[in-house]
Design a protein around this ligand. Structure first.
Ligand SMILES: Cc1cc2nc3c(=O)[nH]c(=O)nc-3n(C[C@H](O)[C@H](O)[C@H](O)COP(=O)(O)OP(=O)(O)OC[C@H]3O[C@@H](n4cnc5c(N)ncnc54)[C@H](O)[C@@H]3O)c2cc1C
Length: 388
């Protein structure tokens, strides 16, 4: 495209304006009547240009060829997810450290208390820490799955990565925003390490395939390409809201509900109106996709706990796992009540159970974020954590 005198005739490179988030020198490269030899096309089995100009391909449709050609962005999706995950773990580590160093006036005159003493403060951080653990375990499982997939299960492996990327990067944006807020005005100064994370998460949400667009594709594939979850046992009222298996069944019940709904919504449209049929089904299908990937995150969390040998760590992680599940069940309690996966007493008991769990977990908050191993050099370089 260029030689030592600059770009070649017909080629223009235009630098794009500044964007928020980590600076990258994005540009647009345009070609105007530039003839390239046939061999300049990057070719593979999915598309080869013959000397006579005709195209041969091992892939039979233009859509499949396009999807094959962009298939390599799957690794990029894993990288985008990993980068926002690292960002949100660092943000939580900073916010938790700040919650224990920043003191405010307390109920007793003259005695100050750390922010972390307040339930309104540490509960929000703990809930995000629980989600960050679930995201981390999910990312590890999905990466392992991607590394070990076979050619026949490639479409399913790509779908799993797309779903994980959407969920992890959306959650990460929410977590870094909460972390920034919990540190007040000081966190708005980039020097304190939090202000730029949301913009970076925004980049990851869009790059390597916009989250909503890739979820739409995954969700559409799942309507008939994914096995309908078994009908859950109806709740009797005797189940405990701290039983992870019971809460996990709630997520499966939601998945099944939206899956069955998406199937019937899709059938309700005119046979020759593909977009109309998809428009009928997309809301249910996207809810199916979300419930499914949250279920996968729950599975990954449960597996990680089985590998934990120290009893104290295992107990704290189990509480954290239950908190994660409870949050998911709570946000779907209306649906789960209607589906018979929760009783009215369960729904009434949700806030109290959450309160008990938070009380048990609050003393572990610093240990839970210390385990993220954010380098001490980074934390000590942030004025907010070192200067009074
Ligand atoms: C930080 C960053 C780095 C990037 N790096 C590169 C790079 O190195 N190389 C490169 O080539 N590109 C790069 N990109 C571009 C990136 O791949 C695209 O921005 C991304 O795929 C989204 O496409 P778009 O911007 O055209 O948005 P659009 O596709 O126009 O999306 C706009 C909106 O339309 C919706 N939408 C789009 N399609 C559908 C659909 N089928 N169904 C429903 N809704 C839909 C989306 O949800 C979104 O709300 C980068 C982008 C970012 C943010």
């Amino acid at each position: 495209m260029s030689d030592d005198r600059g770009t070649l005739p017909g080629i223009t490179v235009t630098v794009l304006p500044e964007r928020v988030g980590s600076p990258v020198d994005h540009c647009v490269t345009s070609f105007d009547h530039v003839r390239l030899p046939r061999t300049a096309l990057i070719q593979g089995e999915h598309g080869q240009l013959r000397p006579d100009g005709s195209l041969t391909s091992s892939v039979d449709s233009a859509r499949k060829r396009f999807l094959h050609a962009i298939g390599r962005v799957t690794v990029g999706k894993l990288c985008m997810s990993a980068s926002t995950l690292g960002g949100c773990r660092a943000a939580l580590a900073i916010a938790v450290r700040y919650a224990h160093t920043r003191t405010i006036s307390g109920p007793v005159a003259g005695r100050r208390v750390p922010l972390a003493a307040h339930r309104s403060h540490h509960a929000r951080l703990l809930e995000r820490v629980a989600t960050a653990y679930a995201m981390t375990f999910l990312h590890r499982e999905v990466t392992d799955h991607w590394i070990t997939h076979t050619p026949t299960d490639r479409p399913a492996a790509e779908r799993l990565v797309a779903l994980a990327k959407g969920w992890i990067t959306w959650q990460a944006r929410e977590i870094v925003t909460e972390s920034r807020e919990r540190c007040g005005a000081r966190a708005l100064f980039p020097v304190n390490g939090l202000a730029e994370y949301p913009a970076n998460a925004d980049g990851a949400i869009t790059a390597e395939g916009d989250n909503l667009a890739i979820w739409c594709k995954a969700a559409a594939d799942m309507i008939f390409g994914h096995t309908l979850a078994p009908e859950p046992l109806p709740a009797t009222g005797r189940e405990s809201l701290t039983d992870p298996a019971f809460l996990r069944r709630g997520i499966t019940a939601a998945e099944r509900h939206w899956h069955a709904g998406a199937r019937s919504d899709l059938r309700s449209g005119e046979a020759d109106d593909a977009l109309g049929r998809w428009n009928n089904a997309s809301a249910s299908a996207l809810n199916l996709a979300e419930a499914y990937i949250i279920g996968q995150a729950a599975e990954a969390f449960a597996t990680a706990i089985t590998r934990t040998t120290a009893a104290g760590t295992r107990a704290a992680l189990t509480d954290l796992y239950v908190l994660f599940l409870l949050d998911q069940v709570d946000s779907r309690s209306g649906l789960l009540l209607a589906e018979g996966a929760l009783t009215r007493d369960h729904v009434r008991a949700l806030p109290r159970t959450r309160h008990l769990l938070i009380t048990r977990l609050a003393p572990h908050l610093p240990a839970l974020t210390d385990a993220f191993s954010v380098p001490q050099e980074h934390l000590s370089s942030l004025p907010m954590l070192t200067a009074p």
